[in-house]
Design a protein around this ligand. Structure first.
Ligand SMILES: Nc1ncnc2c1ncn2[C@@H]1O[C@H](COP(=O)(O)OP(=O)(O)O)[C@@H](O)[C@H]1O
Ligand SMILES: O=C(CO)[C@@H](O)[C@H](O)COP(=O)(O)O
Length: 499
């Protein structure tokens, strides 16, 4: 039986999934790498770590699955979006990658708006200038590290860089290119107008391909290091959220996904790139060719929970903390949390806002705090659900993926706050499954991604909302929404005291 591999280059780790032609997982491996946050707002990774750990994870997946390497015929990628990887003449990395959750570029965002114009930017890229996107990072390096910028011949996004190292071919695919703020998303070309306005040489932008395009085979030394065949076909792959959407079967109008990884995302399918959302949500090319999606992003979703665990309950597992937290009642006995640990994107594009606990009482326990963290993250995602509903879309069911979908209690909180049934997939690793599906489609196992999703998407459980809880949460959500406005100015003043 033939197999394909999906690689998801996440923020915390690379995850590799090996599946057969029925979508059955035959092997999984995960390799973590460090995140460098030397100053408040900075977030960087070493691209060499991604390559090294991807090779290890590929070797391990072969070991654990015990399948014949010659049966693995295709491979594709999913990756954290927006991260800037700068390459010199010899394709050497010029500086550490600046990641999606790095918010040092507020000045560059204002410069983009000034030089390109807000409306023009929206009409070309369909998005606002946000700190996390790639173009502001490019401008930051140009201004602050001109000696390094001089060496730059091209730039790539994280998984495109790893693919280049594995195959020797340079390319960027549309679903990730859409998050650079340099792509005309409906015409699917690099925008000369934006490059000119900001004095960026358009030749720095790499060649563009479709997510499902075949890009080459593995380099002989990579085949040797991983144990994979050098004839394996490599397909371009997609942005992690686009791949997550494929894995969750979000391939038609009316389908919605919630992903809680390091970030949190609520994403809905869009057939065209022509609609107007005024920059309230991100609007990107899908990895399914010639289709799109909109999404709202909570910068620190799983990351807030991870921070809470690391800082206060590091001896316990995520699952144990969720179980204990669930014993605290709805509303965590009057405690609210906003997950703005690294600033926010949707609905408040604000790099300076920081998190808060509101209503702390002498009777509160660690479990009330934990519950308020889970609820606060979900309230933040619900602000994106609200925007999507207000745009006229129906949100009747949400497919939940990512680490946050691992605990049933958190899925119940999602169902109660979003007021929809939540579908949990058998494998919560949507992005790597989506990447494997791109490879399966690329290898012509299926005539379309939709056909592939019908076979590969495996719903394990549907969590129904509880009507009493839905009503309680509606009331608390209104209070939650006030916190941003009440803490915005205070957060700005506190900035001077941060690291
Ligand atoms: N058992 C669990 N229950 C609930 N949440 C979990 C569990 N395990 C991990 N998480 C959450 O998922 C996050 C990691 O999600 P993941 O999808 O692996 O992230 P990424 O793709 O960004 O590397 C953790 O930071 C944590 O918040
Ligand atoms: O910046 C975005 C989307 O715009 C993030 O969703 C990144 O793509 C990182 O994803 P995870 O590591 O959280 O999966």
């Amino acid at each position: 039986m033939e197999h394909v591999i999906g690689i998801d280059l996440g923020t915390s780790a690379v995850k590799v999934l090996l599946v057969d032609w029925t979508g059955k997982v035959k092997g999984e491996s995960t390799e973590a790498y460090p995140l460098y946050q030397p100053y408040s707002g900075y977030s960087e990774q070493n691209p060499e770590d991604w390559v090294e750990k991807t090779i290890i994870a590929l070797r391990k997946v072969l070991q654990v699955s015990n399948v014949d390497p010659s049966s693995i015929v295709g491979l594709s990628f999913s990756g954290q979006m927006h991260g800037l990887v700068l390459l010199s003449e010899n394709n050497e990395v010029v500086r550490p990658a600046i990641l999606w959750n790095d918010t040092r570029t507020t000045e560059e965002c204002r410069l983009i708006e000034e030089r390109v114009g807000r409306d023009k930017l929206l009409s070309i890229t369909k998005n606002r200038a946000l700190e996390g996107f790639t173009l502001p990072k490019l401008l930051w390096v140009k201004k602050h590290e001109p000696h390094l910028f001089k060496q730059v011949r091209t730039f790539l996004l994280p998984k495109d860089y790893v693919r280049m190292r594995l195959t020797g071919h340079i390319a960027m695919e549309y679903s990730d290119a859409a998050g650079t703020l340099l792509l005309d998303i409906s015409k699917k070309v690099w925008s000369e107008e934006i490059c000119q306005a900001l004095d960026i040489n358009i030749h720095l932008c790499p060649p563009l391909v479709e997510s499902t395009d075949y890009v080459g085979t593995l380099l002989p030394e990579i085949a040797e290091k991983t144990g994979l065949s050098k004839n394996i076909k490599v397909f371009a792959g997609g942005a992690d959220n686009a791949c997550g959407a494929i894995g969750a079967g979000i391939l038609e109008e009316g389908q919605t996904m919630c992903s809680i990884g390091t970030s949190g995302v609520v994403l809905a399918f869009e057939q065209t790139g022509e609609r107007e959302f005024g920059g309230k949500v991100h609007y990107f090319n899908h990895a399914k060719p010639n289709s799109y999606y909109i999404m709202g992003v909570t910068l620190a979703a799983g990351y807030s929970f991870d921070w809470f665990k690391r800082t206060f309950l590091n001896h316990m597992s995520f699952s144990e903390i969720v179980k204990r937290a669930y014993q605290s009642p709805i509303g965590a006995n009057g405690l609210l949390f906003t997950p703005y640990l690294v600033g926010e994107r949707t609905p408040h594009a604000d790099a300076d806002i920081r998190a808060s606990f509101i209503g702390v009482d002498a009777t509160h326990t660690a479990w009330d705090f934990a519950r308020s963290v889970l609820e606060g993250i979900t309230f933040s995602l619900n602000e994106s659900v609200e925007i999507i509903r207000a745009s006229g879309k129906r949100v009747d069911t949400v497919v939940s993926i990512g680490g946050g979908a691992k605990s049933e209690e958190w899925l119940q909180i999602q169902a109660d706050i979003f007021a929809t049934p939540i579908e949990k997939l058998k494998n919560e690793q949507g992005p790597s499954m989506g990447a494997a599906m791109i490879a399966a489609y690329g290898c012509k196992w299926f005539p379309s991604l939709e056909h592939c999703a019908r076979v590969f998407k495996d719903v394990e459980q549907v969590v129904e909302p509880n009507s009493r809880a839905v009503e309680r949460y509606k009331e608390i959500f209104e209070m939650y929404k006030e916190i941003y406005l009440q803490t915005k100015e205070l957060s700005k003043k506190l900035k001077a005291f941060r690291r």
